[in-house]
Design a protein around this ligand. Structure first.
Ligand code: ADP
Ligand code: MG
Length: 387
């Protein structure tokens, strides 16, 4: 989607009208996470990849100390300065402002520039449109001002922007995937050591489709804190026997069994899910190296089961979508993201795709009274200069 000339042409036209001349064009991507959910704060693995929808921006240094920005999707123009007190009112502009500030804080040079941008990541659907936006500008600014900030720090600029200018205390995964994303590859990131490795993901004969339940149940943040507490509690109990265990991801399954009667049953179940999930990421990576997408899919179902029955962060709508996927012989399906709503991610054979979509379109609204949404995604490049 992002490569389409149409978006670039629209951006170029607007840029010319507003500012005259031509800038350089940059883009970055939204992301999916194939497997590895609620593992990040347990020091485990996540396994994201950049997707073929994102943000594209034309940017040109303007020789002043002001940023002049136009959002095509909001049809809105904003100007702001580069000092801490210059934070703009518009939320979308805060992402750009934050990236400028965080670059400056890291010793990078940032001066005024003109920009026009647009995107095609659905907002708030769990595909991280905000990371796509941050990464595009982090990359562009780094390039245009010759800053030579390394890629990991570009991801951290995006993350700190969310923390310090947008009020979202997120982890590093979204920005990491958006910056490091590579066509046909997923990236296994160790959230404890920040080591990462690319794995081929090129499922010929399959499609990757997200089904958006379009629900977001409250509870999410209080439940999230409770899950974290359970995990910390279980890790602490295990560390009494195995002092090297700092996070649950360090623990073997049998070590959890040793402390079963020392912790609440609920904490045991939460930990059982996490330890299993860390292992599943490794199993999926092995399977991908063999090109074994059926095993990948089976692991996705196991994750869903764990998130629903052990970690208890699913909901009726997501469980329904998961069951329906199984019924339609979808290869793999699971809730993606923190839970309590949002999307399922589905790996489905091309010949079964139409039947699956038709079944969801018919049965989901019949039960829940509203339509779901569908997003086909292909694993694609992350932050880059568009030639
Ligand atoms: P997501 O889960 O998609 O990241 P967020 O709420 O974190 O959802 O980020 C969405 C916000 O990012 C939007 O409200 C907007 O401020 C900004 N944003 C994302 N895409 C665009 C776009 N194409 N144009 C302008 N702003 C965008
Ligand atoms: Mg976001």
């Amino acid at each position: 989607m992002i490569n389409n000339m149409e978006m670039k042409t629209k951006i170029r036209e607007k840029f010319k009208t507003l500012f005259g001349g031509e800038g350089e064009v940059f883009a970055s991507a939204g992301r999916i996470n194939l497997i590895g959910e609620h593992t990040d704060y347990n020091g485990g693995y996540v396994f994201p990849g950049a997707i073929d929808c994102g943000i594209m921006a034309e940017v040109k240094v303007n020789g002043t100390q002001k940023v002049r920005a136009f959002s095509l999707d909001y049809d809105e123009y904003v100007e702001f300065g580069l000092n801490e007190e210059d934070k703009p009112q518009q939320q979308w502009a805060c992402y750009i402002f934050g990236v400028c500030r965080e670059t400056t804080k890291r010793g990078g040079k940032v001066e005024g520039f003109d920009c026009v941008f647009a995107g095609d990541v659905p907002l708030g659907a769990g595909l991280s449109s905000s990371a796509a936006l941050e990464s595009t500008f982090a990359f562009a600014i780094n390039y245009l001002f010759g800053n030579k900030i390394d890629k990991f720090d570009l991801a951290k600029i995006g993350q700190s922007t969310e923390h310090n200018y947008c009020g979202v205390k997120c982890g590093i995964m979204d920005q990491f995937a958006s910056i490091f994303g590579k066509k046909g590859n997923l990236i296994r990131l160790n959230c404890k050591t920040l080591e990462y490795k690319y794995f081929p993901f090129d499922p010929k004969g399959y499609k990757l489709v997200l089904v958006d339940s379009c629900v977001k149940h409250e509870l999410a943040s209080s439940a999230y804190n409770k899950r974290r507490e359970s995990c910390e509690n279980a890790a602490k109990a295990i560390s009494k026997n195995h002092p090297d265990v700092e996070f649950l991801s360090d623990a073997k399954r049998v070590w959890l069994d040793e402390v079963r009667d020392q912790i609440p049953e609920e904490d045991f179940l939460r930990a059982e899910y996490v330890i299993g999930e860390v292992q599943r990421v490794l199993d999926v990576c092995d399977a991908l190296e063999r090109g074994d997408y059926e095993t990948v899919g089976e692991m996705m179902y196991q994750t869903h089961f764990g998130m629903s029955k052990l970690y208890e962060v699913s909901c009726e709508e997501l469980d329904f979508l998961n069951k329906l996927a199984r019924k339609c012989d979808v290869t793999g399906s699971r809730v993606m993201g923190g839970g309590f709503g949002g999307c399922t991610i589905n790996l489905v054979k091309e010949e079964l795709y139409d039947g699956f979509i038709a079944a969801v379109k018919e049965l989901f609204p019949a039960k829940f009274g509203h339509d779901p949404k569908f997003y086909d995604v292909v694993i694609s490049d992350g932050a880059r200069k568009v030639e």
